[in-house]
Design a protein around this ligand. Structure first.
Ligand SMILES: Cc1ncc(COP(=O)(O)O)c(C=O)c1O
Length: 376
């Protein structure tokens, strides 16, 4: 029996499979055209099934943030980058315990991380690749000092089975609309040029220079030294991506389907998608874009506020007056958070539900001792 989207209970996260395929194809084609290695960040979908689609289209491997993501992805991918500091003995041990046939690389910015991952790699008797992370403007992780980065690279090279592979950075500070990124991209390009020159002078030629994000995806080729890029959000896209014009609204593949549950208060409607369905993610980098999502069918309507299970639609800029029971599709501000809030994602073509898949790499993948009930 065919199931229609309107048969699904709400709130539910639905992916338009045609849009997903188009997004995957477009990035693969761009990588190909510009001779760039595509290593997508899987934090957006956390699904081996979608990772397999990326690999099938030529991705050289995938990027993960969490150890559990790496463990899950090792089932479908034999070349993993963990773009997250491998700090903590258990984290390092788990990374070193990934299947031996899997190439594992980590990105790091401290001697402490080097010591821990070196100890785990030695104990497991396996090679682990290392990117030294540079801070090129985001001010999150990465060293701002090229000299420090070179010292870290030397320390890596001196600790086999670690292998120095290259430089990593994340241009998450570039949140301007696509047409306005020029000066920041030029500064990034200059900083990379300086870093690569300095590494070469120090005799540590980075064979990989890895960066990239979705807002800057289509400009990656303007960064002369980048060899590998790691967009994540591009598989589904979201309101932020569309507002920044890094995709069309019609490229937003994941929407949260919701039902209007109340129109009792004038000027607004309430849907059954609140913070626990949409995430409480503000728009970043987009002037005057308020709210936590916008409606696909009525783009002028935004989710202006939320409780846990209530989303309040602002109708003040719209002539649309929904009925209780009417269904809507919300394009979320930040799709990665929405995926993480769901056990299962539904895949549809047109109005027909075709498939669904579990968000396998959700969670931490470690078990904690469960004690007796308090007071027992
Ligand atoms: C280290 C790193 N690389 C790549 C990405 C992917 O960027 P985007 O979500 O803009 O596609 C992220 C996103 O958080 C990241 O943290």
């Amino acid at each position: 029996m065919t199931m229609k989207l309107d048969d699904l209970e709400t709130p539910v996260a639905v992916v338009d499979l045609d849009r997903l395929a188009r997004n995957l194809d477009r990035a693969a084609k761009y990588a190909n055209q510009h001779g760039l290695a595509l290593r997508p960040h899987i934090k957006t979908h956390k699904s081996p099934r979608i990772a397999s689609e990326q690999l099938k289209r030529g991705a050289v491997g995938v990027t993960c943030a969490t150890t559990f993501e790496a463990e899950v992805m090792s089932e479908v991918c034999d070349d993993l980058l963990v773009a997250y500091p491998p700090v903590g003995a258990r984290r390092a041990e788990r990374l070193a315990a990934l299947p031996e046939t899997t190439r594992v690389t980590v990105a790091l910015d401290s001697m402490a991380a080097i010591e821990q991952i070196a100890a785990a790699a030695a104990a497991a008797d396996r090679a682990i690749g290392v990117y030294v992370e540079l801070d090129l403007g985001m001010h999150r992780v990465g060293t701002p000092s090229i000299d420090t980065a070179i010292e870290l690279a030397r320390a890596v090279a001196a600790r086999p089975p670690l292998e120095f592979e290259g430089i990593g950075f994340y241009p998450g500070h570039i949140r301007e609309p696509v047409g306005d990124q020029g000066s920041k991209l030029a500064a990034l390009d200059a900083a990379l040029r300086q870093a690569v020159d300095a590494f070469e002078r120090a005799g540590l030629r980075p064979s990989v220079v890895s960066g990239g994000s979705t807002p800057t995806l289509w400009q990656t080729h303007e960064l002369a030294h980048v060899t590998e890029f790691r967009p994540g959000t591009y598989v589904y896209n979201d309101r932020t991506t569309a507002e920044l014009r890094a995709c069309e609204w019609s490229d937003c593949a994941l929407t949260v389907h919701a039902t209007v549950v109340s129109t009792a208060v004038p000027g607004q409607a309430v849907i059954d998608a609140g913070a626990k369905a949409l995430g409480r993610e503000p728009m970043r980098g987009v002037d005057a874009a308020e709210g936590f999502g916008s409606l696909e069918e009525h783009p002028e309507v935004v989710v202006k506020s939320m409780s846990e299970e209530h989303g309040i639609l602002d109708l003040s800029r719209s002539s649309w007056r929904p009925q209780v029971g009417e269904r809507v599709r919300v394009i979320p501000n930040h799709v990665c958070i929405v995926v993480h809030l769901n056990d299962v994602i539904v895949g549809a073509r047109g109005e027909v539900v075709e498939t669904s898949w579990p968000v396998v790499a959700r969670g931490r993948g470690f078990s904690l001792p469960v004690g007796e009930p308090v007071g027992a």
